[in-house]
Design a protein around this ligand. Structure first.
Ligand code: G1P
Length: 293
């Protein structure tokens, strides 16, 4: 197989209302909730950069401008910090270079498939990645991130890839589920996809966990996609129609996944990251032991 086209662009659908985290998300986007001291969206963007992706496309909505500000220059802040001799490195790589980020609006909440379709003109005619920032994919210490693992697999198989993981069977109805074919290491062939199936109709307990590499043809499929589960235009339904026409694989992430769309998952992610950090891990462990009595 000739070398597949590189993945240079990533789409981040961030227009959701975040009602599960009210009142915290009344005035700030849920993607700006911090895991210790970095907002969730920053982890996703860093994961994209690690995978060699250069251009970030955010599908936003009303009330999401904090995300734009976060990735911009904060002139007053940086100037004041410099004048006071403060260390600017705490800001980390939060600035996206000129022309390296784009924002499009999803004006109505018509579903994930519709959100992705809103980015069609900026994606253009090249393969692209998708990150659902609620799904916090945390690399093992010393390991690589989820998208980097997917891009590495993509250089071998090309086509379309999804990240998947196994969940207890009774949870499958909250997710997109794959019908798995042949397995080889971390790669599984995808024979079918179904969004939020009833437990007894799910083809497996392998769910799509919020990272995708897709070929641009998906945009044409989405254009004509009818509403599916929950009355929404589902990305899963559009992808299902591409199976058989293009290679379709799933990658099992070697790392930890936390569902930060749920409060428990968010607390777990926060604890896991805090415990792992050199600057606070030991103190957090002692604190947790004290609290647990
Ligand atoms: C979306 C996708 C679903 C995927 C899930 C991962 O669902 O439609 O296929 O498994 O994200 O979090 P949502 O959580 O938006 O209902």
């Amino acid at each position: 197989m000739s070398q597949p086209k590189p993945i240079r662009k990533a789409v981040f659908p961030v227009a959701g209302l975040g009602t599960r985290f009210l009142p915290a998300t009344k005035a700030i986007p849920k993607e700006m909730l911090p895991i210790v001291d970095r907002p969730l969206i920053q982890y996703a963007v860093d994961e994209a950069r690690e995978a060699g992706i250069e251009q970030m496309i955010f599908v936003t909505g009303r009330g999401k401008s904090a995300i734009e500000d976060h990735f911009d220059i904060a002139f007053e802040l940086e100037k004041t910090m410099s004048e006071r001799g403060k260390d600017l490195s705490v800001l980390g790589p939060t600035r996206l270079g000129p022309g390296n980020c784009a924002y499009v609006r999803q004006q109505e909440p018509l579903g994930l498939g519709h959100a992705i379709w809103c980015a069609r003109d900026i994606v253009g005619d090249e393969p692209f990645a998708i990150f659902l920032p609620d799904e916090f994919m945390h690399a093992n210490p010393g390991g690589t991130g989820c998208m980097k693992q997917m891009v590495d697999a993509y250089t071998h198989v090309g086509g379309n890839l999804l990240s998947v993981l196994e969940v207890p069977r009774e949870q499958v109805s909250s997710y997109g589920v794959i019908d798995p074919g042949a397995e080889s290491g971390a790669l599984t062939q995808v024979r079918g996809l179904v969004e939020k199936p009833p437990v007894d109709r799910a083809p497996s307990n392998k769910i799509i966990s919020g990272r995708y590499i897709l070929q641009p043809q998906v945009m044409r499929v989405l254009e004509a996609q009818e509403k599916g589960a929950g009355g929404e235009i589902q990305l899963t339904d559009a992808m299902a129609r591409m199976i058989g026409q293009q290679p379709f694989h799933a990658v099992t992430f070697d790392g930890q996944r936390y569902d930060c769309g749920s409060k428990l998952g968010y607390v777990e992610a926060t604890l896991a990251v805090a415990l792992e950090r050199d600057d606070m891990g030991a103190d957090v462990r002692a604190m947790a032991q004290r609290l647990l009595g």
